[in-house]
Design a protein around this ligand. Structure first.
Ligand code: HEC
Ligand code: HEC
Length: 383
């Protein structure tokens, strides 16, 4: 059943719409195609996406949802995507620096997956820019993440009858690793913000004053623009380095693995995260990181690529002081001279960009059906 595309125009939801018009209540940012509707909030309530809708195959997204919470996607079955991207935290994990594969620890903060299908580039350094299938591949195969050999993954999936059925329902003849990545991609496209006070026209007076500061005196819209509040580009704002990356051998070794892979000179002696530099190798991009979305901040602390700030108050104080100390800092980051009421208004505005929890059936595989009966006499059974 093919459904009509949203009626929205790109850019309808601009920052100056203090009280955006209520839009058609269904399928705003997602065009679903395929055998059946997944059902649930992403499809039944207001999603906020000004960009052209994302095309999603419903049966593939449903398969992706099951895969997302399946621990068999990591080499030693210790992690699922949902271990780090937790639905009750807008698909983050509450840690400054993420966990990682057994024996490793990560050197980055887990980003939210809210509206992730609309990004132009992914990862804090923007090193992936093609599509979400690539991000799934990176997460699954990277040694310090899920450390999974995709040929083994494919064989694991083939042992599970439910997957065999779900791949068929999604138009694929049998479980394959390419199909699994496409399914994860479609599931991630369904993860869209809903019902933030900013969108429903229910912002408090403080939040409305905060919006004026955000767009005016705060100069925040230089980088945080559009309905997702990001230009998807890297900037250096001088966030201080997180010393845990260098003092914890498990984190440091993960970082070295990454820096070596990207051909960063002198990577063994490096004691800073170079951000976008790893892919551009241009000096002026050192320590620049992609502008994150400002949606769902209520759920996603701590903040920044390395989790250096615990609260939005700390973030606002950081900007008020003119950002961090870095010779390559973006010239638009200047001291703001905000008084304390202006700071709390700005925080109120940032909070008003958070919507409903993602911990609902539409985004969580609730059935505990990952176990399956062993096949007796398996040598004589065909698959
Ligand atoms: C061990 C924790 C962990 C697991 C497991 C994990 N992720 Fe991630 N994910 C991260 C971290 C950390 C980053 C940021 C990495 C970076 O910037 O280098 C990230 C980044 C991403 C991004 C890019 C988001 C953006 O806005 O740039 C996507 C998409 C993503 N993960 C999807 C997945 C999927 C799908 C899975 C399962 C196949 C998965 N992740 C498993 C920790 C994890
Ligand atoms: C020059 C571009 C630029 C400007 C101007 C700017 N930001 Fe940012 N913002 C960024 C970048 C880049 C990051 C991520 C930095 C990092 O991860 O190290 C960021 C991160 C943030 C975060 C953390 C989000 C998260 O999920 O970790 C918040 C909150 C934020 N900015 C709010 C603001 C506010 C409020 C203003 C105005 C006072 C502002 N920004 C001005 C580029 C900018």
């Amino acid at each position: 059943m093919a459904l009509d595309a949203p009626i929205q125009e790109p850019g309808v939801h601009c920052l100056h719409n203090k009280k955006p018009k209520r839009r058609t209540p269904t399928l705003l940012g997602t065009v679903l195609t395929g055998a059946f509707l997944v059902g649930g909030a992403a499809f039944g309530q207001e999603a906020v996406t000004p960009e052209p809708a994302l095309e999603v195959n419903a049966a593939r997204a449903e398969l992706g949802k099951r895969l997302f919470y399946d621990f068999r996607l990591s080499g030693d079955t210790s992690l699922s995507c949902g271990s780090c991207h937790q639905p009750d935290k807008a698909f983050t994990d509450g840690l400054a620096l993420s966990a990682a594969y057994t024996g490793a620890a990560h050197f980055r903060n887990t980003p939210t997956l809210a509206n992730v299908g609309f990004r132009d580039a992914w990862m804090h350094d923007g090193r992936l820019g093609t599509n979400l299938n690539d991000t799934a591949r990176e997460m699954i195969t990277e040694t310090y993440l899920m450390n999974m050999d995709m040929r083994i993954m494919q064989e694991r999936l083939k042992q599970d009858r439910k997957y065999i059925e779900m791949f068929q329902a999604a138009g694929m003849s049998e479980p394959s690793n390419g199909g699994a990545r496409n399914a994860l991609m479609d599931f991630m496209k369904t993860i869209q913000s809903r019902n933030a006070p900013y969108d429903t026209g229910q912002m408090s007076a403080a939040a409305q004053r905060g919006q004026t500061i955000f767009e005016g005196k705060g100069r925040c819209t230089a980088c945080h623009i559009g309905a997702r509040f990001t230009d998807d580009k890297p900037h250096n704002i001088g966030v201080p380095d997180n010393p845990d990356i260098w003092s914890d051998p498990e984190r440091h070794s993960a970082f070295v693995t990454y820096a070596k892979f990207f051909g960063v000179p002198n990577y063994m002696n490096l004691r800073e995260d170079l951000g976008a530099y790893i892919r551009t190798h241009r000096d002026e991009t050192r320590r620049s990181f992609l502008t994150p979305t400002l949606r769902e901040l209520k759920w996603t602390a701590p903040y920044m690529h390395n989790g250096m700030f615990q609260t939005l108050e700390e973030v606002v104080d950081f900007y008020d002081a003119g950002g961090g100390d870095d010779p390559l800092k973006d010239a638009r980051i200047q001291p703001l001279g905000l008084v304390s009421s202006e700071k709390s208004d700005l925080v109120a505005f940032l909070e008003a960009l958070s919507g409903d929890s993602f911990d609902i059936d539409a985004y969580v595989w609730r059935e505990d059906d990952y176990d399956y009966a062993l096949i007796e006499d398996w040598r004589n059974v065909s698959n």
